[in-house]
Design a protein around this ligand. Sequence first.
Ligand code: MG
Length: 417
Amino acid sequence: MTMSNRRSFLKSASTALTGVFGLPGLSMALQEATSPYKRPKLKITDIKTTYLQNFHVRIYTDQGLTGDGEAVDANSGAAGIVAGFRMFLTNQDPLNVEAIWERIRTSGIFGGAQAGQYVTALTAVEIALWDLTGKALGLPIYQLMGGKMRDRIRVYIDSGTDNRNDPNAKAFIAQIVENGWTMAKIDVDDARDPARFDRVNWTANNAEIDHMIDKVAFIRESLPRTIELAVDMHGRYDVPTAKRFAKEVEPFKLVWLEEPVPPENIDAMRDVRQSTHTPICCGENIYMRWGFRELFEKQAVDIIMPDVQKCGGLAEAKKIASLAQTYYIPIAPHCQASPIGMMAACHAMATVPNFLVQEWHWGHPAERLARWKQYVQEGDIIQKGYITVSDRPGIGLTLNEEAMKKMVRPGSAWFTA
Ligand code: MG
């Protein structure tokens, strides 16, 4: 067949098929006819949710496989929002993760799909779809996302103390050292600081700045130099306070100073960043790649910390990391998820080159640490400040459902419609 004959044959065949099937049907027919790759044909039959410490989603299929996802923080209305996603999920092939994600996102552009609770609810669904896809194909999620660049994910710990007068301080700090952590973080914002002049305004006075610096000095002198330190201001302060503190804390060589001002005004964040050698980090309340774009373009931060359980999902976290990489900015995800969400985030972070470190927030109080160890049959998945990324299908953990059921929040019930 000559080239021109071949072209006209393909054109007429394509026209005929399009007329019979329409474009999606044609695509499916071609795949089935030409691909030697026979993947399972699954259909989503149901989606259910429950609240424990965080919000959990479970997606069910016609072949008995299920997928689990978790979302944090902006999740108080997530059950209702996910119920609204049902029409976009039922009867769909769960392996089309990004197509489903995009359809739900774009269908909600007049309903808050740019950020907040809508994206947080979508995030839990997206993670459950990846878990399901991995289980269906017999592959860990990191393999579906391009393969892993590292076997272990470095994790840092919220210190549990920041005050030299805390009677528990010595024990907390000893545990950080004994358990092999390589990095810790403390909070310096204190709404109850007796030196505050005003209960509403957060301009810190000299005494407050002194108290904040003393917290950093205390923890820094208590930990060996090999354990790095970050400091969180929780986006409470104004620009003059942020600049003063960022300057005064410079000698402590922090890994980062987190949200010295609120994240909404990128110019203010850049103003603080340009005033100091202390690296500035933000991102736990920013959503999807569009939310991060201006931060990068204006070079307003040194490090980003999206929350993988609310920023849009695993693929979205990877896309945000890729954007950051073009500006040579590392990613250090905020994380307060259970082992399920924590391991899900590890899969995504195993696949990005510019991953720095991931947060862990369950070290205290003792009851919370006890719950952390009960979620999955693998127990405590952190060893010496690292999580080994699971090589098992999906997220790759075995849920300890009997223990989890006992953690269901009052007012919620175990995976209900
Ligand atoms: Mg924070």
